[in-house]
Ligand binder design. Structure first.
Ligand code: VGL
Ligand code: ZN
Length: 235
């Protein structure tokens, strides 16, 4: 893992190949991919909370979906007036930090409101019938960055029980945003005992002050492995 390999080899090694998964046998058994929040509102140019470069990863996320038999898609899924929206707090602006019942919460522009176009998965992301969709953030008073636990760090989304029942051992995390939902999903997966890989080229971050740096640090500290989709072939 992590070795730099030549261009020639790169076409045959790696988590995914360039042929969009057409002929390649899918990773199955004990592996899964978690595609975090690849929804219209997080993708430029029109997303309400567009993550810079988010549009650049949709194709590679689609290749990852094709490469795995077991696919989990998380969907940020908020009611209007959600507590994570700056608009729900008098005098607050997006990216302010406020105190909610469970602790500090960054406030965001309104995004991923259930029933809106912004909440839908990006049209270039395949949603195979074999995939499990995990909705999160639908409690008006509690946000949920991680696909496993809400921001109160207690309420479960159901994903832990699903992975357990499926006998998953290794988790590959991709999507948006690297410094929020990807980070917390990967850290929770690690804490739950899985072997966790973040596929770095299939992620982009929001980039608030310091957020990318703390994501790098916390993931490294937790021993989450960072890999590149076209280069690194996990055993
Ligand atoms: C996310 C902020 C608010 C994310 C979701 O998907 O990273 N970030 N809601
Ligand atoms: Zn959200």
């Amino acid at each position: 893992l992590g070795a730099v390999r030549g261009v020639h080899e790169a076409s045959t090694l790696g988590l995914v190949t360039s042929d969009a998964g057409r002929t390649r046998e899918r990773r199955k058994g004990t592996d899964c991919v978690i595609v975090v929040d690849v929804q219209n509102d997080f993708v430029p140019p029109n997303g309400a909370l567009a993550v810079p470069g988010g549009d650049e990863i949709v194709e590679s996320c689609a290749r990852c979906v094709d490469a795995f038999e077991r696919v989990i898609l998380s969907q940020d899924y908020h009611p209007s007036g959600h507590a994570s929206f700056a608009s729900a707090h008098e005098g607050a602006k997006p990216y302010d930090v406020t105190e909610l019942s469970y602790g500090q919460q960054t406030l965001w522009p309104d995004h991923c409101v259930m029933g809106t176009e912004g909440c839908e998965f990006h049209k270039s992301l395949p949603i195979p019938s074999r995939s499990m969709v995990v909705r999160k953030g639908f409690d008006r008073e509690v946000d949920s960055y991680s696909a496993f636990f809400e921001n109160d760090r207690k309420t479960e989304t159901g994903l832990r029980a699903y992975l357990e029942s499926e006998g998953v051992e290794r988790v590959f995390v991709i999507g948006l945003a690297y410094d929020f939902c990807v980070k917390y999903t990967a850290l929770d997966a690690k804490r739950l005992g899985y072997e966790v890989y973040v596929v770095r080229d299939c992620c982009r971050g929001v980039g608030l002050p310091g957020s990318m740096e703390s994501a790098e640090e916390e993931l490294a500290e937790a021993d989450v492995r960072l890999i590149e989709s076209m280069r690194d072939a996990p055993p």
